[in-house]
Ligand binder design. Structure first.
Ligand code: ZN
Length: 119
């Protein structure tokens, strides 16, 4: 991977990260709003339905959060944004160090091909 590829991959993952976060947080808020509306509708007479609804909405929210985490991990792998040596994510300060110096900010190994190098 050269420096330009690393920069392009960081941008691709940042866009993907933003899109996935907005989508999943939107889903969580939609579930919470739907839960509040249904909660207003259900009365004491519907206590079993209320319990089932509450027991179903919490795992749904956890599934959305787990899906977000899993898809972000996949985006890092797919865009080759992991250190080839230690598999640390090359976002945040790790990625900034790698772009600036060619060295992984986590393990300190050289991970960027310089011009003229081939691997
Ligand atoms: Zn590393």
């Amino acid at each position: 991977m050269n420096r330009q590829e690393l920069i392009a991959n960081r941008r691709a993952v940042a866009r993907c990260h933003m899109r996935l976060t907005i989508f999943h947080l939107g889903g969580v808020f939609a579930l919470l709003i739907a839960g509040a509306r249904v909660d207003d509708y259900l009365t004491e007479a519907h206590s079993i339905a209320h319990s089932i609804f509450v027991l179903a909405i919490l795992p749904a929210i956890l599934l959305l959060v787990a899906s977000l985490v899993w898809q972000l991990k996949r985006a890092f792998r797919k865009n080759n944004l992991l250190c080839p040596v230690c598999k640390a994510r090359l976002d945040g300060s790790n990625g900034q160090v790698a772009v600036a110096t060619g060295i992984c900010g986590e393990c300190g190994n050289h991970i960027i091909e310089e011009c003229g190098e081939h691997s």
